[in-house]
Design a protein around this ligand. Structure first.
Ligand code: ARG
Length: 275
């Protein structure tokens, strides 16, 4: 039976959120963004986490960094050790040091990455291992660097569809993301190379496979505490499938933040403490 554990999340208010450059297929610089609406949706997301009993800490947004709201990309924190992000695109590069400084100031051991990686966007813990996306944003060499840093197995998964440019857009860790319960994941097979699909089939034979419709609304960009799964209400088939498996889907509208190519998970960095 799924059970929840209390989580600690880091979030960044989208005060300066706009779409002024396009670095993924969801972004369209010609489309106006309602920043106030993005802030309201983000506040609702934060309130949902607080209502579920989780801790939410905040990093100050910086002007000129419109994507800083996507906290999941800011770093990856396992076992109290933060591995910094090193962004592919110049527009986001200053976010890496900003998040790393926050983490150092808040008592985490920090490691400044030598290799290109976009944080928890591509590095997702499940059970004892870390699943790691590559193909669009994160360098395979970063997988080795992270494995060495945490002394954990890091399993590379190649992403092949530009709409699903980060692992967290194509795969949700439903259980086991803090290592406390048996691993359970949901994913969208067409986002992965044949070799990656085989690895996923092997490791997670009972995984929930998402439909085209649920993937197309970024339904898999979801946050699970082991029992409640926070995701876009547009992913209706995903919600039904979750309920069938005993999870409780919690719909939170992040449609304005989707204009930048992100949903609930993108806005949420999990801070995992010492093992
Ligand atoms: N505009 C951002 C980018 O393309 C969105 C990042 C979404 N974050 C995520 N964890 N998938 O970099």
């Amino acid at each position: 039976m799924p059970h929840a554990t209390r989580r600690s999340y880091l979030m960044c208010r989208p005060t300066y959120f706009t779409v002024e450059y396009a670095i993924n297929p969801w972004m369209d610089t010609g489309r106006p963004v309602d920043t106030a609406r993005a802030v309201a949706q983000w506040e609702r997301l934060r309130d949902v986490y607080l209502d579920l009993g989780h801790e939410v800490q905040l990093i100050d947004p910086l002007p000129g960094l419109p994507d800083m709201v996507y906290a999941a990309n800011g770093a990856t924190v396992e076992d109290g050790i933060a591995y910094s992000a090193r962004f592919t695109y110049a527009q986001r590069r200053p976010e890496g040091p900003a998040y790393l400084k926050w983490l150092a100031d808040h008592g985490f051991v920090t490691h400044d990455a030598a290799r290109t990686n976009e944080g928890e966007g591509d590095l997702l813990r499940v059970g004892d291992v870390v699943l790691a996306g590559y193909g669009f944003r994160t360098d395979r060499a970063a997988h080795a660097e992270a494995a060495h840093l945490w002394d954990r197995e890091v399993v590379g998964l190649e992403l092949v569809d530009p709409r699903f440019y980060h692992l967290d857009t194509a795969l949700t860790v439903l259980a086991g993301s803090d290592g406390s319960s048996p691993a359970d994941v949901a994913y969208y097979p067409p986002a992965f190379s044949p070799a990656a699909r085989e690895i996923l089939r092997d490791r997670f034979p009972d995984a929930l496979l998402a439909s085209d419709d649920d993937a197309a609304v970024l339904g898999l960009n979801a946050v699970s505490d082991g029992a409640h799964v926070v995701h876009t209400p547009a992913a209706t088939g995903f919600a039904d499938a979750l309920r069938e498996r005993g999870y409780e889907p919690v719909g939170v509208d992040t449609s304005e933040l989707l204009l930048g190519g992100g949903g609930a998970k993108c806005c949420t960095l999990e801070l995992r403490s010492m093992r």
